[in-house]
Design a protein around this ligand. Sequence first.
Ligand code: PGA
Length: 251
Amino acid sequence: MRKPVIAGNWKMNKTPAEAKRLAEALIPLVKNACCEVVLCVPATDFLAVGEAIRGSQIKLGAQNVHYAESGAFTGELSASMLKECGVLYAIIGHSERRQFFGETDAVVNLRVKSAAAAGLIPILCVGETRQEREAGYTDALIEYQTLIGLTGLTEQEVREAVIAYEPVWAIGTGLVATDEQANASIGVIRAALARRYGEAVSQAVRIQYGGSMNPGNAAGLMAQPEIDGGLIGGASLKAEDFASIVKVCGV
Ligand code: PGA
């Protein structure tokens, strides 16, 4: 059975001092969680959060990773740099990276490959805009983003990867996909994985929902058979809210 992953995406929030307080507040609240709990924090918070969560079951994540090992890529961080800071997961291809920083599916794939090769678990984000949904392209788009994003990974790396289905229109908007919409889209992704990698691999891959998930709607979403956890933005910035989402998976 797939173990759900609840990951907080702090985005560009929390100074190291604020991050330490948030992580410390969270630890007792999620200590018996049945799911994996990951905090994807700004790189400036790796040290503070890494120290705070040491010895707990919370894991450290990054919000991106570069595809080169080192070199002239101002402002970027390599997988080995992240690993040495204790990072285990890396969000890749988040819609904000695609939208505001021009990241293409080809670049997203390079980043996913370098993360996986270094032993980081990629959290590959896919999802349609409102216009794409209205035009009827959701299924084709998320299938394409998923398969191109994972191209070049070994079968084992695909099994271990996490995919986050995040409809762009639901991110940070308070609009949430209905339980059925989210389950159906995640089912489309799993079916695409089954066609490409076989049924067993597709059944092993964890696929999260993301987009305005909060303590009020998490239980309904997580009760859906295809949904294996969540990627949580806004609601991950408050310890109580994030913990109540984690607790939906059981404690
Ligand atoms: P949100 O963000 O929960 O604030 O909508 C989710 C995300 O961007 O990963």
